[in-house]
Design a protein around this ligand. Structure first.
Ligand code: GLC
Length: 738
């Protein structure tokens, strides 16, 4: 449709119709229970039958056949036959589940992340979906916060790269094209900075920190053309995001230039009452509209109050018109006025979902997401060795995460299944060893099934069986970790260990076999001190998705050489949290060598995390030579080219992620001790060398001053190029603005 046709349509619409476009009921009101993937608390929402008929979008229904039926009904009931949007959380896959987002962050591979989003979009589109509520672009420094698994980590540069890749992957070249769905950048803003890592808690951040660390990834998603942005649950400096006019109209719309659809998070407008920021639904609706929220997701606010607000003159109908026009424009970009059914196709659903091509990508992506945290010459293992696999993750197919709501763990490949496919591995044995949790652990409030309780006798039997097998094995591979329901929304944890019953098993096995490998499944950074003290190798596999077992076996046997790098710091212990690499020096910087008292340090733990951002090992060795620069001065016109020689000095082909960090040594505001500003992945054969160059231009040296303006100040900078954020060797350059 042309804009002028949209203008005419809007002018012809009644107020009732317009308000209808601004509400999004939960799918449970429209579909047979089995087809909806409902999320969030369902309360008495007061939708009338007419509300449900006029709703401009619906949350959480999927399936080509059902959505086509509903769209047909909708077109008949809508006075102007306006097509409905169907939206769903396709966070890291639809039916083929790719590694969870934090794991994809560990790949440091925007192209791979783009491909995963592309294939997820294809599966979602043929299932009738028009909008996915992804990527989550929240920067996260706090491992206590369960949704860290849904982020891509602690770094604004990496988060920006991967947000852009996901938006482009979901949206393709044009929203109207086949297999394109609109992305929705969330949660605006700074939801990952909840005080004490407690979900939904307040966020208190100054503008400078917001602009320097938390805003860049959202901005990257908007610049990549995201069709939608979602508000966050939290207050930001005292005002709930969903009614925060300064944040939404001044920052998001004006400063960041977002003119797409702004949707609230689930019931977030209504929750401003619980925040103590709105007296009633009417005030909540008024404030949210004034803040520029276009769609009210599953809350009583807009549908119960908006008509009265307009008729009483408390809100201007032009604000309604603005919101509805943005919604109509998104539908128009998706081509829904020409084809309200877009890509919904029952036959293609059967052909595309879980296709071999998609499974292959899921496996490759998982392999690239794994991080080898430790390896004292025990990995890779061979099928000829006598290996026992022990732990609740040996045969647990629930490896797709709590944000894979349309996935089915029955499609997953477990470690045992993949291991038994290896012909030569005739001596490999598999034992559960213990339940996921002891009987003292309760996962309350989850709709999904939590693990069944196991009798003490059965636990004893499993443990004895496993320990005895470990006694006679060359290598014991412990497959341990968090249960998938321990991470995701509303899963903040104050302790960062794996369940006690698993640690007990590990200690028992360690008594009889020192050749321990730990394969770790988790959604968040954990306190790995004890595990690291006992294991000779640790392979971080996160929640690896549908093809997890195959990917793990390929890496454990060396068929694939691990190449992942940590997108988040793993703390020494929970007392260190939040811990992140791009911190400030302080006036009394500590260093492990210093023994002085009056330094910024702890008495009882180190400042450094156990495993740092950007760290990850390989089965081969790489050397990275000294930095050479073509000049020492960056100007507006002239960049500096920095170059290193990377060499594979080991015996296996491998991939190294070469990282460029920059430190601004002195400025009008303090600057982080390091900032990631470039990554390049190089695959090298044994003995092979490669020159790796980074172009350092003025833009890379810019930062936000306390006035909120981006600037670059003359002065000296340090350039680091290495294989993790702990790189020390550097060269000094300077920036001159004349
Ligand atoms: C949730 C989440 C949000 C999700 C929405 C719809 O509560 O906060 O990320 O997209 O509801 O399911």
């Amino acid at each position: 449709m042309e804009q002028k046709e949209l203008d005419k349509l809007l002018a012809d619409m009644s107020l009732e119709e317009k308000i209808g476009q601004m509400i999004q009921p939960d799918g449970v009101f429209y579909a047979r229970e089995s087809e909806t993937a409902v999320t969030g608390p369902l309360a008495g929402l007061g939708y009338t039958k007419r509300d449900l008929e006029l709703a401009g979008s619906v949350l959480g229904i999927y399936g080509a056949e059902r959505i086509s039926e509903l769209q047909k009904e909708n077109l008949e009931k809508q006075p102007h036959h306006i097509p409905r949007l169907f939206m769903l959380d396709v966070i890291h896959g639809m039916k083929t589940i790719f590694p969870m987002p934090l794991a994809q962050g560990a790949s440091f591979d925007p192209e791979m992340v783009y491909q995963c989003a592309r294939m997820a979009a294809k599966e979602a589109a043929v299932s009738g979906i028009h909008v996915t509520f992804a990527p989550m672009s929240d920067l996260v420094r706090d491992a206590r916060w369960g949704r860290v698994m849904e982020s891509t980590g602690e770094d604004p540069y990496l988060n920006s790269l991967l947000t852009e890749a996901m938006v482009k992957g979901f949206q393709g070249n044009d929203l109207s094209e086949e297999f394109s769905v609109s992305a929705c950048v969330k949660h605006f803003a700074a939801y990952g900075a909840a005080v004490a890592g407690r979900d939904y808690n307040a966020v208190e951040l100054d503008d400078h920190t917001l602009r320097e660390f938390y805003f860049p990834a959202y901005q990257a998603g908007i610049q990549a053309g995201a069709g939608m942005v979602m508000t966050s649950f939290n207050t930001l400096n005292g005002i709930p995001a969903s009614i925060n006019k300064k944040l939404m109209r001044d920052v998001l719309r004006k400063e960041m230039g977002f003119n797409g659809v702004l949707i609230s998070d689930y019931s977030a407008i209504w929750e401003t009452l619980a925040h103590g920021a709105s007296e009633d639904a009417q005030e909540a609706a008024q404030k949210a509209l004034e803040a520029g929220v276009d769609i009210d997701m599953v809350s009583p606010a807009y549908h119960s109050s908006m008509e009265n607000l307009v008729k009483s003159g408390k809100v201007k109908e032009e604000w309604i018109n603005e919101a509805v026009m943005r919604i109509l424009q998104l539908k128009n970009k998706l081509g829904l006025f020409e084809n309200p059914y877009k890509d919904a196709d029952v036959l293609k659903e059967k052909q595309i979902l879980l296709s071999r091509e998609h499974r292959n990508l899921a496996r490759e992506a998982a392999e690239k997401s794994f991080v080898l945290l430790k390896n004292e010459n025990i990995l890779p293992i061979s099928g000829k060795q006598k290996v026992v696999f022990i732990g609740p993750y040996v045969n647990n197919p629930e490896i797709i995460s709590s944000w894979a709501i349309t996935g089915d763990s029955r499609n997953c490949i477990t470690i045992e299944q993949a291991g038994k496919e290896i012909e030569e591995a005739k001596q490999w044995k598999f034992y559960q060893g213990c339940p996921m949790f002891g009987n003292d652990y309760e996962l309350v409030g989850f709709r999904e099934k939590t693990p069944d309780k196991m009798s003490e006798d059965e636990q004893k039997r499993l443990e004895e069986e496993a320990v005895s097998a470990a006694e006679n094995a060359e290598v014991a591979v412990l497959c341990l970790g968090e249960h998938y329901l321990q991470t995701g929304e509303a899963t903040s944890r104050g302790m960062l260990e794996i369940p006690d019953v698993q640690m007990k098993l590990l200690r028992r096995v360690a008594e009889v076999n020192k050749n321990l490998v730990v394969v770790l499944f988790n959604g968040r950074p954990l306190d790995l001190r004890e595990i690291s003290g006992m294991a000779k190798a640790i392979l971080e596999v996160w929640l690896p998705g549908t093809e997890g077992g195959h990917a793990i076996m390929n890496v454990l046997t060396g068929k694939t050489n691990p190449s992942g790098k940590l997108p988040v710091s793993f703390p020494y212990c929970v007392g260190q949290v939040p811990v992140y690499y791009n911190s400030y020096s302080t006036g009394r910087p500590n260093s492990p060598k210093l023994r002085e008292r009056y330094r910024s340090k702890y008495l009882d733990i180190p400042n450094e995390p156990l495993y740092p951002f950007g760290f990850g090992m390989s089965y081969t060795e790489f050397s990275i030579g000294s930095i050479k620069v073509n000049r020492c001065i960056v100007t507006k016109e002239e960049p500096v080219i920095a170059e290193v020689t990377v060499k594979n000095i080991g015996e296996r082909k491998g991939v190294q992620t070469v990282q460029l960090y920059i430190q601004d040594e002195a400025a009008s505001v303090v600057r982080p001790v390091k900032e990631l500003k470039g990554i390049q992945k190089v695959e090298l054969e044994p003995g092979e060398c490669r020159q790796v160059q980074f172009t350092i231009h003025e833009k890379m040296l810019q930062f936000f001053g306390t006035d909120g303006c981006l600037r670059c100040e003359p002065g000296t900078f340090r350039i680091f190029i290495g294989d993790s954020s702990t790189v020390e060797e550097n060269v000094q350059i300077c920036y001159c603005d004349s």
